[in-house]
Each structure stands twice: as structure tokens, then as C-alpha cells.
Design a protein around this ligand. Structure first.
Ligand code: ZN
Length: 191
């Protein structure tokens, strides 16, 4: 799948919004991602995760994976779909008191992992997942994500493959051109 097609799919599904947004950081931006919308339709999830797996296999030849692991909740749909496409096991880590834990699953010594995640901005959740795999004696062989928003800043012990790289354009509220245009400010994600 071409990057252009991927981007088109993001817009069609409502995963990539254009407008005037206040991000959680307090900065303003003309774009907002809602990755959950991207994976609402299982057929679309299948298409995108299949494209990600193709890219991983092209970029990292001879890659051996026993299991896909993802941080809940955001990574679960993509992790499951990627594992299905690879024909391997899928497990997840989950949050309690804002810290990720391995609860329901076992990791074998030397077991080889692909970490799957939907969006990476700073990569904190991916790093936490890497730590958990390594603490249990597993090996992180690769990381596969749908959207890399880190601008190349997210780096890990294993190679990272992303379907789409988009660095957000952000503004301080004091010199936001969208504010100056008088566009209504939207707070995405607020309920
Ligand atoms: Zn603004």
C-alpha cells in the first residue's frame, strides 16, 4: 500500500481530522489523530495491518517472531491483526495505576517478540513493553506501528517499522495562526 493510499484511508475513516485543535500538551494543531476510528472497521484494520506486516517483512528480512505483544488498549486491535497475519500468538500488557503489567500471559525465556502499537509520539508505552518482555527473559526483535509521530525521535533497542510517518505541526496558543484566523478551537477526546 502506498503512503498516499494509507493517508486517504486515514481521512476516509475519520482517524485524521483537519481543523483547529487543542492537544493534551496545551499546544494547538491543525491535525488530530483518532486511531480508534481507523480500526473500527475490521476490513480496514485487516488492510492496514496487512500493509504494515508486508512492510515489516520487506524491511527486516529473516525476522523471526514467536509472538506479538501490544500495550492495551490502543495496541490490541492492531496487535491481534498483525499476529493473525503473521500466524503467531498474540498477548497484551495492561495498565494498572498508570503502569503497564503482564497479567494474564506467560513469556518464555528466549521467546522472540514483535511489539505492535497504533500511534507513537514519544514512545513511552513501547519502551515500557520492551522492559516487561526483557524482564521476563524474552527478546524484542522488532517494533511495528501504524503511525509514527515522533519525527524520528522514538528509538528503541530493536528496529522500528511504521506504516505512516507524520510529525504534527504544533503552535503555542500565543502565536497560533489558526487562533488569529478566528477558527473555533476544538478539544478532541474530551467527553
Ligand atoms: Zn490556536
Amino acid at each position: 500500500m502506498e503512503e498516499k493510499e494509507v493517508l486517504e484511508l486515514f481521512k476516509e475513516t475519520g482517524a485524521l481530522l483537519q481543523g483547529h485543535f487543542e492537544l493534551r500538551s496545551g499546544l494547538h494543531s491543525n491535525q488530530f489523530f483518532q486511531c480508534a476510528h481507523l480500526l473500527e472497521q475490521p476490513r480496514t484494520a485487516e488492510q492496514l495491518c496487512g500493509a504494515l506486516v508486508e512492510k515489516i517483512q520487506a524491511d527486516l528480512q529473516d525476522l523471526e517472531i514467536d509472538t506479538v505483544i501490544a500495550p492495551a488498549m490502543g495496541g490490541i486491535t492492531i496487535g491481534h491483526e498483525v499476529a493473525r497475519s503473521l500466524g503467531v500468538r498474540f498477548i497484551f500488557v495492561e495498565k494498572e495505576d498508570n503502569i503497564l503489567y503482564l497479567r494474564r500471559f506467560k513469556i518464555k525465556k528466549g521467546e522472540r517478540f514483535l511489539i505492535a502499537e497504533d500511534v507513537v509520539t514519544r514512545g513511552g508505552r513501547v519502551q515500557e513493553t520492551i522492559n516487561i518482555v526483557e524482564e521476563h527473559g524474552g527478546v524484542v526483535a522488532a517494533i511495528g506501528i501504524l503511525v509514527n509521530r515522533s519525527g524520528g525521535k522514538a528509538q528503541f533497542v530493536a528496529p522500528l517499522v511504521s506504516l505512516l510517518d507524520i510529525e504534527p505541526v504544533t503552535y503555542n496558543p500565543s502565536d497560533c495562526p489558526l487562533c488569529k484566523e478566528g477558527l473555533e478551537l476544538v478539544h478532541p477526546g474530551s467527553k
